[in-house]
Ligand binder design. Structure first.
Ligand code: FES
Length: 501
């Protein structure tokens, strides 16, 4: 796992791994903000819960996020309104505001040291071209009770045309929040297990979750894994992307206060500052691409740094990391029961996942304790909105189909193992089998099948992060084949190679 600024500043956790078979009401897979907040709310409601985390609590996507909390959404609220209706938009705005409020109340109640701070959110345009977007967003946000100010200039070291500011949004250290809340959650009603990956779910009544050393029975399972583990039709409606982040120190000490988004996020990454006892950092996040489909010649971190240096006197880059997000076909997340009875999912958060993770936890608390929830229908995981999803659905699934079609003979990256340098990975084809071959820094070769264990796409080498990434649904694997994230349960199949090809 990369050392993100959040993880570096958070307390380290040390929960045991699961070693004995056990039985609970609810098993939660995934110890990020969604899983831990859900475990907290359900265990406080009297449910017997087990939380299973593959690595350490709060170390996955939560630790790689922006640390921003806000009512708005990255696709813009006015697009939600245009695609759906007033009622849906109101649910999105209300649920997201309520989630930020819940985080704040938990931070206060338990005095969780996570640097929670209310901050303004600012959306700006650099050219006059996107003024219309800003104006539409302002109107929509005002319609849903947000206090929006129009600004003609910003305290940024480059020219902006028009901006809107919404006060009372927030920032925090998400890893510190999650580890702090986990500490208050671990109890008779909730056991937390780290280093406990779930390899298989045997569906039934109860479901049986298989982990390396023990099994766990649960009448209900929540897959708080960012994307559901296993094969679900839903995976055709969520699309995996990665983006990059830097935390830097400035020479000048002039750090912008607030969360800054550009209307042109493709070329203008977001900005925010973060203050710790070691002083301030400027954080920038951007340059997304589909997982496993990055430009191999592009240095995404280098480009982010160059972009920042154009406007800021960067003294040093202290942290760099990247994160995954899943966009949904209709722009709303999928939260609720999946097509498998009593298996619940929360996915498709796009880049708004910290807030949506907590929205999911609030919905799960109600759904799994027999209470009604006014937001659940809008986010229902079983919904299918062909008209609202059609364009994105077709485009993204043609892209996945294109990746399957790449699995044709002769598409290898290297012909011989000797072409692979230390620290590199390449696809090599031997006797019609595609192999994912990595040479480590000591010169040792690791060879696995290049076939993704989720649904058989061919993985690609990600040279920026030194991982094998699947271009179809976003599974990612270590250079040696172990699962890092995504829907795959199992590692890439190892292959024994006796001599160099
Ligand atoms: Fe689905 Fe690889 S993630 S095939």
């Amino acid at each position: 796992m990369p050392e993100t600024i959040w993880r570096a500043k958070a307390a380290k956790t040390k929960y045991p791994s699961l070693t004995e078979d056990t039985e609970v009401d609810i098993a939660i897979v995934g110890g990020g903000i969604t899983g831990v907040t859900t475990a907290y709310l359900l265990s406080k409601s009297g449910q017997k819960v087990a939380l299973l985390e593959s690595y350490q609590v709060g170390c996955g996507t939560t630790a790689a996020s922006t640390g921003n909390l806000y009512t708005m959404v990255d696709t813009r609220l006015h697009h939600v309104q245009a695609k759906f209706d007033n009622e849906t938009t109101a649910v999105v705005a209300k649920s997201r505001s309520a989630a930020v409020d819940l985080i704040e109340s938990l931070v206060k109640k338990y005095e969780i040291p996570c640097d929670f701070k209310r901050q303004p959110w600012i959306l700006y345009t650099e050219s006059g071209e996107k003024d219309e977007t800003i104006k539409k967003e302002k109107k929509t946000l005002e319609n849903y009770g947000l206090d929006v100010q129009e600004l003609n200039s910003l305290a940024l070291p480059f020219k902006t045309e028009l901006a809107i500011k919404v006060e009372n949004q927030a920032q925090f250290n998400p890893s510190s929040f999650v580890t702090g809340l986990a500490e208050k959650t671990e109890s008779e009603n909730c056991r937390i297990y780290e280093n406990t990956p779930v390899h298989h779910i045997e569906k039934g009544e109860p479901h049986v979750l298989h982990t390396p050393n023990a099994k766990i029975k649960a009448s209900k399972v929540i897959l708080a894994t960012h994307t559901p583990k296993g094969v679900y039709a839903l995976q055709t409606a969520i699309y995996p992307y990665r983006e990059y982040a830097l935390a830097v120190k400035l020479k000048s000490g002039e750090y912008p206060e607030g969360i800054f988004w550009s209307t042109d996020s493709k070329t203008h990454p977001s900005l925010r500052s973060y203050e710790t006892e070691e002083g301030k950092f400027l954080i920038t996040v951007g340059y997304h691409h589909k997982v496993g489909q990055e430009d191999p010649d592009k240095d995404y971190f280098g480009d982010l740094e160059k972009n920042l240096r154009r406007n800021y006197d960067v003294e040093s880059v202290v942290y760099k990391w990247s994160a995954q997000h899943y966009k949904s076909s209709d722009g709303l997340p999928f939260i609720g029961e999946s097509t498998d009875d009593n298996i619940f999912v929360a996915t498709g958060f796009s880049t708004d996942g910290l807030t949506y993770g907590v929205v999911s936890a609030m919905i799960f608390r109600d759904l799994l304790t027999g209470k009604s929830n006014n937001w659940a229908e809008v986010y229902r995981a079983k919904r299918f909105t062909p008209l609202k999803s059609a364009k994105t659905f077709i485009k993204e699934n043609l892209n996945v189909m294109g990746e399957y079609l790449k699995d044709i003979p002769g598409k290898e990256d290297a012909e011989r193992f000797s072409e692979i340098k230390s620290g590199e990975g390449k696809i090599v084809e031997i006797k019609d089998e595609k192999l994912a071959v990595h040479r480590n820094k000591e010169g040792k070769l690791h060879v696995c099948s290049a076939v993704c264990t989720h649904m058989d796409c061919i993985v690609n080498w990600n040279n920026n992060e030194k991982t094998w990434d699947c271009p179809c649904h976003g599974s990612r694997f270590k250079p040696t084949g172990e699962v890092i994230e995504g829907p795959a349960f199992s590692p890439l199949d190892k292959r024994q190679i006796n001599s160099e090809k």
